[in-house]
Design a protein around this ligand. Structure first.
Ligand code: NAD
Length: 496
């Protein structure tokens, strides 16, 4: 198909018979050469491969291809689109190990966590498949009996949907968009993150193998400039973006002159409050997992912890014991819970955030030995837990997106609610307590898209996923999320 990658090198990369380790040698195209970008292994700092970067013209050509593809794709029966996505799910499950190896090599998450993500993706897609019929259903909703004009409502796909995606959960964040878009009859112009492009290309190949036409799902590759070329295309049905707040603002600005719908899933500074009535060890273990799973690189990772003063010291001890037991190592090694962070420049950001907090009076509780990892070329940042933190520190205000967390003592519910709401973000928040009424009362006061009682760092396909304030605009998942990919057409029908 014209416009999609068909270079021998890429076919070789994506070929199921091409062993991943061969990608580590013999591909040393210069990062300064025009039109390519490097894919690095964050655990070693070594080059995996270099990939072509789409220019503005190539993006425009691929967009035209996706426009033509959408005209055909939307005409086909819904069952055909559902079936293709069901087949995609089966392929994900049958190829989990090799897909996980690719994801771990370019993004650095432990293999076990890569497998978990891939195995859970079909659950999301299945929800979207099952519920597409009801959001596409024609409704004869208005008009009284005997009225001359019959009033109906139909729902139509948006057209070509741009899916500009993040790297931290590339299967989840992409599927939230492309599966909902495809099943409702849109075509997709997909721009995976430059940090997980091999995974993005693999997703495209699997969708095509599953029966999605090549011009209904078109992948573009590149860094921010390629994403900017996508976001500024006139005639898009929508731009669906998952990524950082500053990039989200640029995308909204780029799409605005074209009057293109923009949906943004952005960062968070997600708080958890621990009330005095909890099982302290159990709560500490659950919250530590919510803070450090995926190396803290989740939009809904726990980023701030507020603990009632009466159990603060006990909680800090239990939390520290849990974190100290997390094994940081090569992400392909058995038992590794923490691998490297994905982006090399982020190591300096994390260091600066810890130093800022220490300078302003924070006390280290866990301060992993960084010397253990300096001999490695990878981007390892041992976990850090700080107490005696406050909101003058960047650690309690700016998204950390890494294995660093602060624990602050609070006097009670009122102070906790006030501090939890003291943020520009509004993605998730959690309360740990045995008192369900108190939890619901507190959650009702928090300006967030998702509230958790005795759980955290959780997304459900059945519920809309949305951020408030600087955490985003619009929803994916749930029925609301599916509806984001269709638009109503009001029909006023009168027989002659
Ligand atoms: P990022 O903003 O750096 O990049 C995201 C994507 O945007 C990439 O594909 C990138 O190439 C592209 N891009 C960069 N500049 C662009 C531009 N000017 N125009 C168009 N596209 C451009 O974000 P990231 O580092 O990939 O992801 C991490 C962020 O994503 C964190 O803040 C995290 O909280 C957030 N995130 C949010 C959710 C959510 O559901 N709310 C989920 C996952 C990640």
């Amino acid at each position: 198909m014209a416009g999609t990658f068909r270079s021998p090198a890429l076919l070789a990369i994506l070929s199921k018979t091409f062993p991943l380790e061969r990608l580590y040698v013999g591909r040393h195209m210069s990062s300064t050469a025009a039109g390519v970008f490097d894919v690095l292994n964050p655990a070693t700092g070594k080059l995996i491969t270099s990939l072509p970067e789409d220019s503005q013209d190539q993006v425009a050509q691929k967009f035209a291809q996706a426009q033509a593809g959408q005209r055909e794709w939307k005409k086909g029966p819904l069952q055909e689109r559902q079936e293709a996505l069901r087949t995609f799910n089966k392929l994900l499950l049958s190829r989990t190990d090799s897909l996980a190896a690719t994801l771990t090599s370019e993004m650095g998450k432990p293999l076990s966590q890569a497998r978990n993500e891939i195995r859970a993706t079909p659950l999301r897609i299945q929800y979207l498949i099952d519920n597409a019929p009801q959001v596409l259903e024609r409704q004869d909703v208005f008009g009284s009996a005997g009225a001359k004009v019959r009033e109906c409502l139909t729902y139509e796909p948006l057209g070509v949907v741009a899916n500009i995606s993040a790297w931290n959960y590339p299967y989840f964040t992409s599927a939230n968009v492309f599966a909902a878009a495809l099943v409702t009859g849109n075509s997709v112009l997909y721009k995976p993150s430059e940090h997980t492009t091999l995974t993005g290309l693999a997703i495209g190949e699997l969708l095509h193998e599953a029966g999605v036409p090549e011009d209904a799902f078109v992948t573009v590759t590149g860094r921010g400039s390629t994403g900017a070329a996508v976001a500024s295309l006139p005639g898009l049905g929508g731009v669906f973006f998952t990524g950082s707040n500053p990039t989200g603002a640029k995308i909204a600005a780029a799409a605005a002159p074209n009057m293109v719908k923009v949906q943004l899933e952005l960062g968070g500074k997600d708080p958890v409050y621990v009330r005095p009535d909890v099982d302290v060890r159990k709560a500490a273990e659950a919250i530590a997992d919510g803070a450090f799973y995926n190396n803290g690189q989740s939009c809904c990772s726990v980023e701030r912890i507020y603990v009632h003063a009466s159990i603060h010291d006990e909680f800090v001890d239990a939390f520290a014991a849990t974190v100290e037991a997390f094994k940081m190592d090569d992400p392909t090694a058995d038992g590794t819970y923490l691998g490297p962070v994905t982006r090399q420049p982020h190591v300096a950001f994390l260091k600066a955030q810890v130093e800022d907090a220490l300078t302003k009076g924070a006390t280290p509780v866990v301060l992993g030995s960084h010397t253990d990892f300096t001999s490695r070329r990878g981007y390892f940042f041992p976990p850090v837990v700080l107490k005696n933190v406050d909101h003058t520190m960047s650690l309690m205000r700016e998204e950390t997106f890494g294995p660093v967390i602060g624990i602050q003592s609070v006097s009670g519910d009122d102070e906790a609610v006030s501090l939890m709401n003291d943020t520009k973000y509004g993605l998730t928040a959690g309360v740990y307590t045995k008192d369900g009424d108190a939890a619901e009362r507190i959650l009702a006061e928090l300006n967030v898209g998702s509230g958790y009682w005795n759980c955290c760092d959780r997304v459900s396909p059945r519920l809309p996923w949305s951020g408030r304030k600087s955490s985003g605009v619009g929803s994916t998942l749930g029925l609301d999320g599916l509806r984001s990919f269709v638009r109503p057409k009001a029909l006023h029908l009168q027989a002659a």
